[in-house]
Ligand binder design. Structure first.
Ligand code: DGL
Length: 277
């Protein structure tokens, strides 16, 4: 069904957020080729049902496989929380048992124990990720002594998708949710940005988080975890092309994507429109 030649590493997100993961991964693993897919036409995913996020994510993974990727990273917490397990257990064995799809919640949970002293950790994420309970589950398995408090931020990803990350309106909504989180647990000393769109709001986030509280974006940790995964899975690694290139795909207009992506990546990107489903 799919080609068995080496291909790029696919990175998928509902929209622009996964660019923060792509950036972290390319910094750490610059030698590979990448293919980024943003489902911008249907973003945000954060308030959508389990079934819809699963169907959309499944279509995106199929598209990346079809375009030659042997490995796909869900650079989206909402998709990792709601679709990863079904794709790994239900779809992959049927599609092609040699291909891999990895998420980004587990790699974040794995490092959190080293990033908190008070053992009180905050989570800012989409309502879907918060409701899924995936972070509680993963962290409890690894660090049962950590108390996690989460707050859903329904508007943040939409603000980023609209290119309004540095506006006064964005600042108002960022402050509101951070205050809510710190009221929930004043002993928090580390906050996970559990949505890949949120590092794009960092200018505002840092002004509302008290000194001494660590802000944790995921890019670097996901990249380290991928490095170690590839070191342990040599046959998959041998199916990755090397060249340092990146092809961008969007379900929205090419002009809109390249204009907004340029703001985040500080470089001109070569993007192609694709349809999913
Ligand atoms: N960036 C995604 C995440 O990490 C999803 C944001 C959205 O589409 O609502 O959860």
């Amino acid at each position: 069904m799919f080609s068995h030649s080496p291909g790029p590493i696919g990175i998928f997100d509902s929209g622009y957020g996964g660019l923060t993961i792509l950036h972290g991964i390319r910094q750490r693993l610059p030698e590979y080729d990448y293919m980024y897919l943003g489902d911008n036409a249907r973003a945000p995913y954060g308030s959508r049902s389990f079934e819809v996020v699963y169907q959309f994510t499944r279509q995106a993974v199929l598209k990346l496989f079809d375009m030659g990727c042997q490995l796909v990273i869900l650079g989206c917490n909402t998709a990792s929380a709601k679709a990863l397990r079904s794709i790994q257990q239900r779809d992959l064995p049927e599609w092609d048992p040699d291909r891999r799809v990895l998420g980004i919640i587990r790699p974040t949970a794995e490092v959190i124990g080293n990033l908190t002293t008070s053992r009180h950790v905050g989570l800012l994420a989409t309502p879907g990720t918060i409701l899924s309970g995936s972070y509680e589950l993963e962290i409890a398995k690894l660090f049962p002594d950590i108390r996690l408090s989460g707050v859903g931020c329904p508007l943040w990803a939409s603000i980023v998708e609209a290119g309004e990350a540095d506006s006064p309106g964005a600042d108002y909504f960022v402050k509101k949710r951070i205050d809510m989180l710190l009221r929930k647990d004043p002993d928090i000393d580390a906050i996970i940005l559990g949505c890949t769109h949120y590092p794009l709001l960092m200018n505002s986030i840092v002004t509302h988080v008290p000194p001494g509280v660590r802000i944790i974006p995921q890019g670097e940790y996901v990249a380290n975890s991928l490095r170690s995964y590839l070191d342990r899975h040599k046959s998959l690694e041998s199916m990755l092309t090397r060249g340092g290139g990146c092809q961008y795909l969007t379900t929205e207009s090419e002009e809109k994507f390249s204009e907004t992506a340029r703001i985040f990546l500080h470089e001109q990107v070569n993007v192609k429109h694709v349809d999913l489903g």
